[in-house]
Each structure stands twice: as structure tokens, then as C-alpha cells.
Design a protein around this ligand. Sequence first.
Ligand code: S3P
Length: 194
Amino acid sequence: MSLPERVVLVGPMGAGKSTIGRMLAKELGYRFLDSDRIIEERCGANIPWIFDVEGEDGFRQRETAMLDELSETQGTVLATGGGAVMRPENHALLRKNAVVIYLKTSIEQQVERTRKDRNRPLLQNDDPEGVLRRLFAVRDPLYTKLADIVMFTDRKSPRLVVRQLVNRINPKTPRHKRQRRKEGSQHVPGTQRA
Ligand code: S3P
């Protein structure tokens, strides 16, 4: 497999999409994009505020528009929000010119990694674990269906996950060549500029 134009990370809250995405982008010499952070920047407000004022529906509309825009990028690693798979119209946008990676994580790990977080409106209630379980039941089949690669992240350091992903995405590229790509210009060989 030669390097894809885009790498898209899907998976539940607490799967490590942002941490792993940033490291993977560095390793591939790609630009890292985080759809939730870009939505927040554009909106000038954080996600809890958007949920509060516009409801989840308002947020999902912004999310679809963002995924549409970012589906045109090249040489990018995109971390998506955990609910990005919920709208069927998002599926083609996620898959467009991309290798889709599902970062699969146990409920226990999701609970542990999101425990102190106040930026995830869906978990600000008495039973965040129950919510994560219910979301997993609905979303796991969708993540799995969309993904080219399913990668388990439990009990693995982000470094190990990234190393395993690089090998899965492009097993034939030796490390020194990836390094050269990283040191080169912004342009990623094998892709066109936007
Ligand atoms: C959501 C996940 C969040 C964010 C929003 C909704 C979800 O992103 O998009 O709070 O529906 O699972 P992370 O998966 O990055 O936490």
C-alpha cells in the first residue's frame, strides 16, 4: 500500500485519537487536523457551549460541514469526534481518499481516560460509564464497517500504537525514507497540492 492522501482516525471518546493522531502525523510527515478543535476555533466557542446553545443537532451540522471541508485535504491525519459516524452522510466524507483507522478501546479505558474531562457534554451526568456503554453498542459496528484498519489501543503506549499503525499503513517504507519525507518541503510526494 503506498501512502494514502489522508489518514482518518475514528473511535470513541477516550480512544486517544488526538494524541495518537498528532504523533502519527509527525511520523508520516503529514499535517495534523482535529475536527473538534477546528470547529471550536471557527465558532469561537467550546463544544459544551455549542451543545448548550445549539443542541447536539447544531453541533452535528457543524461537524458534517467540517468533515466535508476536510475531506478535500491531502497529506493530513484527521482526528474526528466520537460521534462522527452517526450521520450516514458523513461516511463517504470520512472515507474519501483516506485510510480509515478505528482506534478500538475497552469501556474501562474510555472511562479511565475521560474521568476528569469537563469538555465532553455527553458525559456530564451521573452515569458516564452507562453512556459510554450505550454509545459503544451503537457505534462499534459503524466504526468497524468504515475502517480499513482496526487497532486495539488498550494497555499500549501511544508510541507503540503509532509504530504499529505506520507498519500497517505503509509496511514497505523504511524509517530513513519516512524521515526524509518529513524533512522535505510541505508537499507530500505522491499527492497533489490542494
Ligand atoms: C462526541 C465526542 C467528542 C465531541 C463531542 C461529541 C461523541 O469528541 O465530538 O463531545 O458524540 O462521542 P472526542 O471523541 O474527541 O471526545
